[in-house]
Structures are given as structure tokens and as C-alpha cells.
Ligand binder design. Sequence first.
Ligand code: HEM
Length: 436
Amino acid sequence: MVTELVSPPPKRVSGRVPYVGAGLDFLRDPTELLKRARVEHGETFLLEAFGFKLLFVFSPAGVRSLYKLPERQASFVEATRTLIGFKLPEELLSSEAGMSMFHHLFGRSQVEGYLSHMVDAVRADLAELPVAGELEIFSHMKKIVHRMGFRCWAGREAVTPRYLARLVTLFEQLDPEEAFVHPAKTFLTVLTRKAPERRALAKVRAILDDIWERRTREGRREGDLFESLHELYAAEPTEVRSARVAQDVMILQLASLANLYAALSWTLVNLLLAPELLSRVRSGDFALIEQCAHESIRIAQRSITLRKVVAPCTLDDGERSFELAPGVFVATMLSVNNSAFPGLDRFDPDHYEKSRVAARVGLPTPEVVSTFGHGVHACPGQRFAVSAIRTAIAELVGGLELEPLFSSAAPKASQLGAVARSAEPCIVRFRKRRFS
Ligand code: HEM
């Protein structure tokens, strides 16, 4: 019963069909449905869909309160498990890649160590392009981010022709994005008890073992993250160590692919649509790339901030205080508030000063706009992601003349979670600059 989960009972958004509830409208265009519900029901309401009960909050106080809820009461980890648990094998969900590892991996000095891998990855990609041609931005940026990621986590060998294509194919078999984009495949995952996903993980492990065995045989030290992961599990028997390294590498790749390639793509799309900004970047204004990255993420962000209540807690939305019982989810969808304040309905990198929304925008509280999250669960990969975007954009616009064959681009309406993919392909004509 709703009243047992949220008290006092909030306004409810539910469809006509029991169980499905408002689910179908929600899946069709979640941002639009939530914007409409907000007009109709106010800043806090309960949405029922597919048996889930989600308490949505949008007021400044409500959103602030959501980000302050402690993990032991309103769990990010449990909410994430629920969302992607149907796709990923249990081994990956319980991977050693705990939060402390993420924070340890993405400190300032660590990220500086990744920079040369990032540059090499983009240059290798450019070297493979013909002198001139056309490419689709989102699919091509995905390729680049795969190369950057595997190179950073699994060593330079991982991105050689011997392994890269195989690693990418195996990754696609695990990627939860596939399950969102093709829901029918999710049923297959459930039916097969994730057997193909498990097989993919085992094959990744065999590739990474091969890389490690070659290094060991040749007595070669690379001083990279792959080596650090092997050192981290050095006390474990070989079998366990090899399994954990493979799980961590795939978790890192999943975490970066979820948002990074789309964020990089939108940054490039927005620069191509604003030639005056592009020419500032070409003349060396790299700080502008970072502002453009944040601004692009703000506009394309479709992430749902979701917590599963696991112990009784209180949420204050500024007007009322709600008692929440285990079982209900607390949520906000970033695409609703991210454009709801004056001026924020359009792209302008000056909305940002470095990584923060500029004071002149006049937000009631910083939490109402989010790119990399707030509070304890804010993204540990932010520094890595922004460096990757800055590096990739500088190399791409430095190495290529680019002519967009589109005059506008918009996020996919149905996107729920992460930075949106584009509704339509974004084709660009390119020519290598040093050949022109
Ligand atoms: C442009 C790229 C990225 C964007 C926009 C992004 C966005 C976010 C957001 C909004 C959250 C907070 C989720 C919440 O509060 O519910 C988050 C958390 C997280 N992100 Fe990212 N992210 C990006 C790249 C990365 C990368 C490259 C990694 C690592 C390889 C990463 C790893 C994580 C992890 C582990 C968390 C959970 C943190 C915790 O619970 O403490 N992200 N990210």
C-alpha cells in the first residue's frame, strides 16, 4: 500500500492499466511525462510503473534533501543494482571495483598519468581514417572512447589489432545500454540466465590473461593501471586474480562508456554548430572546451538520480516532510530541472565557470542543475571524463577540417538514464588538415 511507503500520501501519477501504471508513457518520453506531471501535481509526486513506486522530487529543497540522504537509508548501490542487475552477471555487480578504488584511480595525479594514453588513442584513431570522408559522430566517438578506455585500463597491447575489435564486441554483449535500447533482448537475458554475458566475460578474461602472460614471459614492466590491478590482487591465487582484474577492467569500461562517448559527441556537435566557438578552440582556448563539455552534458543529461529506500527516513521538500519506508524509490530526473531556470533553455558555455554553474545564473541551490551529480555519490570519474573530452576535441579539431551535414541535433525523447544519444545520426564530412 502506497500509504505505508510514503506518509503523508503524495499526489499519484498512475496509468489505467494495473501493474504497467504510467510505465508506457514514461518509457516513451520520460522527460515530457515528468514535466507534465509537475505542472499537474506540483513539485513532489509518486509515479507508479511496472510495480515500482518512485517518489519524484523537483523543488530546490526536495532535490537538496534527496542528495543528502545517507546510503544506509536511501541506497544508490541498491537502486543501480535494480536498474542494471537484470543484464549484468552477478560477478560484475559484486566486483572488487568498489568506490574507494574509483576514487583512488581518478585523483589528479592519476588522471595526469592517463593523458598520454588518451592522446595516443585519438592519434591512432586519426591515423586509421582516410584522407577525407564522412563519419557519424556518436558511433565514431564511441569507438574513440573504447580505445581510450581499454588503453587506460588494460594496457597499450589491448588496443592493438590483435585484441581491440574482439574486446569491443565482447563489451557490447555485456553493455546494459543494449538492454535499454532493445528491451526485447532483456527477456532473452533473463531466459538464458545471463549465460551469453558470462561467456563474454570469460572470453575477456582469456584476452587479458594472454596480455599479462606475454608481459610476464618477456619480463616487461609498463607501469600502467593493468599492472597496478595485478599488483592489487597479487596475494590471491592466479585464477582469482585473473577473474578480478577482468571484472574491474570491464566495470571501468562500462562506467566510462555509459556517459562519456555521448558527452564527447555532444561537445563536438555543439562546437560544430557554433563556428565562432570552434575557431576559439582551434586557436588554443582549451578552457572553453571544458565549459562546452559541461554545458553540453547539462543539456543532453537524461540521468535519473535514483535511491532505493532501505531503512526508514525523512525527506523534506520545503513544504512537507515525508516519512519514507523501505521499498519506495526516491528520484529526480535531471532533464526536467536542468533547463527550468532563466536562460538555461539554450546552449551557452558561459553558463559555466570551470565546472560550476556561474553565480550570475542565479540558481536557488546548486543541486537543481546537475552534470556529474552532487553529494557523496557525485561522479568520481569527472576529472578523467573532462580530460578525455578536452584531449579528444583538441586532437580532432586540430587534425581534421570538419563540416557538419546537419543543422541541428536533439536528444532521443525516449532516453531514460545517462547522457542522451542523438535522435538522428549526426554525419560530418572531414578532411585531414595536414593533407589540405
Ligand atoms: C561525461 C561523462 C560522465 C558523466 C556525465 C557522469 C555522470 C555521473 C553522475 C550524474 C553520477 C551520479 C549518480 C547519482 O548521484 O545517482 C555519476 C556517478 C558515478 N560515475 Fe560517472 N559520469 C561520467 C563518467 C564517468 C567515468 C569515466 C567513470 C569511471 C570510469 C564514472 C564512474 C562513476 C561512478 C563509479 C559513479 C558512482 C559514484 C558513487 O556512488 O560514489 N563516471 N556519474
